[in-house]
Design a protein around this ligand. Structure first.
Ligand code: NAD
Length: 489
């Protein structure tokens, strides 16, 4: 397993980046120029966009095995996880966009019966933003690059895509399939690279939107650079997403709850932005939850060795960081009981799923996003105090998960705790809902996407008001001179 981007990927020369950006802008302006000479530009544009989305769909479908294989090479991602969370989800999203596009692209009529507007016609149309930059993270290297790309295409933009250098095998396959899919030259371009290449893209100040997915630390660098050229950006970031098992949760459902929580906490080796980062359990059921943790963990991972299909940490630094934070905790640990790894886990970048309990808010695992297969569990007594603590320590998470059978308790949490999204009774799967907004709030980001919402993000809403000439007598008030007689009216 190797994921040293610079060895596998041909990084785009920094000196070529300005030219790539220029090509993207020119392609957009030339496309619009051609459209403007059409009899029915909107219909022509719709056909063009749908055709590009179909090309993207078939390119992904035709290269599905290659993509799955590349993700395996990049971080030992097993096939089921890649099919469910990346290729299938992505292809469904693209098909959905193709289907709803005729409706999305249609301008909306607005009526206003006040005198200046009553005889005119107002429509709101969604126009393309122009040339957009999409910067993707490593953890779902295909979906988090191509889902925004599909939304950007649907909205009629030209795109420069910067995949993560930490998943170089996937980045190579993505670039190849985009190059051979039959897109017109200049519509979609890929820049491969790491910090230097991304910095050059950000510094050029020529994009009409930057769509960034990644860590809050880099997110703030992106936003600062975008601000210099007043470029709008969407930031899809991370953070510590809490999960509650409350006082009024049926004990008979604890096992189901834990299965759903572990699915989110240990899937992709915990490298999921919407992973349940830590678990808050009411003291009345805490002992039962802890007891059940062991049996569910062993049911999920009956053996854990070199051959395990458990996804690996993306690289050695991430492995070392995860191990160091697990070692730094003061809590008690639960791991699968049959772990037998004879080779160096550092070479494998393999961290076993680890539950940590008997800890408080001051534990090192409660300080920053874990982004590893570790689930700290905190026992709580008072719900309001616990919510206060979350607000104080890490407000506005990307998502919160609630396992409770009391609507009053659910309302109490939802009313007080702001979050990007919320799921009651499950974890993580909400990202699969086709037409629901996915995005953060506060430090977990701003802007969103997902079906209709993605189309909106990559579009600008423009009001067009058309005034007739015959109704000038209704507008006389606004014309000078402002006589005393007029004031009396
Ligand atoms: P990252 O921020 O390290 O990298 C993301 C992208 O930014 C990569 O393409 C990388 O090349 C580029 N980059 C890195 N450092 C840069 C710099 N100094 N200047 C300019 N560009 C730079 O993120 P990651 O490690 O790939 O992903 C993990 C993080 O992303 C986690 O915090 C996770 O929660 C978050 N995430 C959020 C979402 C979401 O949808 N909200 C989804 C996935 C991941």
């Amino acid at each position: 397993m190797s994921n040293d981007g610079s060895k596998i990927l041909n990084y785009t020369p920094v000196s070529k980046i300005d030219e790539i950006v220029e090509i993207s802008r020119n392609f957009f302006f030339e496309k619009q120029l051609k459209l403007s000479h059409e009899n029915n530009p909107r219909k022509k544009d719709l056909e063009f966009r749908q055709l590009q989305l179909k090309k993207l769909y078939y390119a992904v479908k035709d290269h599905e095995e290659e993509l799955i294989d590349a993700m395996y090479k990049d971080f030992h991602r097993n096939k089921i996880e890649s099919v469910l969370n990346e290729t299938t989800k992505l292809m469904n999203d693209i098909l959905h966009l193709i289907e709803i596009l005729p409706k999305l692209i249609k301008p909306r009529r607005v009526s206003d019966s006040s005198p200046p507007f009553m005889f005119g016609k107002t429509i709101v149309e969604k126009i393309s933003r122009g040339s957009v930059l999409i910067i993707a993270p490593f953890n779902f290297p295909l979906l988090l690059a191509f889902a925004p790309l599909a939304a950007a295409l649907a909205a009629g933009n030209t795109i420069v895509l910067k995949p993560s250098e930490l998943t170089p095998h996937t980045a190579v396959v993505m670039e190849n399939l985009l190059t051979t899919a039959g897109f017109p030259d200049g519509l979609i371009q890929v820049v491969q690279g790491a910090i230097d290449e991304t910095t050059r893209l950000l510094d050029c100040g020529k994009f009409d939107l930057i769509f960034y997915t990644g860590s809050p630390r880099v997110g703030s660098i992106v936003a600062e650079k975008a601000a210099k050229s007043l470029t709008p950006c969407v930031l899809e970031l991370g953070g510590k997403s809490p999960t509650f098992i409350t006082e009024n949760f049926k004990a008979s459902n604890i096992k189901i709850a834990l299965k759903r929580i572990f699915f989110g906490a240990f899937g992709n080796s915990g490298q999921i932005c919407v992973s349940p980062d830590y678990l808050l359990v009411h003291k009345s059921i805490y002992p039962k939850v802890i007891k059940e943790c062991e049996s569910v963990l062993n049911e999920f991972y009956p053996s854990f060795d070199e051959q395990t299909d458990f996804t690996r940490m993306i690289h050695e630094p991430a492995y070392k960081k995860a191990v160091a934070s697990i070692n730094s905790t003061n809590g008690s640990k639960i791991v699968p009981s049959k772990i037998s790894i004879n080779s160096d886990t550092e070479d494998l970048c393999l961290v076993p799923p680890t539950i940590v309990y008997n800890i408080g808010w001051d534990d090192p695992l409660m300080k920053q996003e874990n982004f590893a297969p570790v689930l700290p569990i905190i026992e709580y007594e008072d719900l309001d105090e616990t919510i206060n603590k979350i607000i104080e320590e890490h407000d506005t998470p990307l998502v919160q998960y609630i396992f409770s059978d009391s609507q009053t308790e659910i309302n109490r949490i939802l009313t007080r705790l702001r979050s990007g999204d919320c799921v009651v009774g499950d974890t993580v799967i909400h990202v699969g809902i086709t037409d629901a907004p996915f995005g953060g709030i506060g430090t977990s980001g701003y802007g969103n996407y997902g079906g209709y919402y993605g189309f909106n993000t990559f579009s600008h809403e423009r009001t067009i008001f058309k005034q007739p000439y015959w109704n000038d007598f209704t507008l006389f008030m606004r014309y000078p001179p402002n006589s005393a007689q007029k004031e009396k009216l």
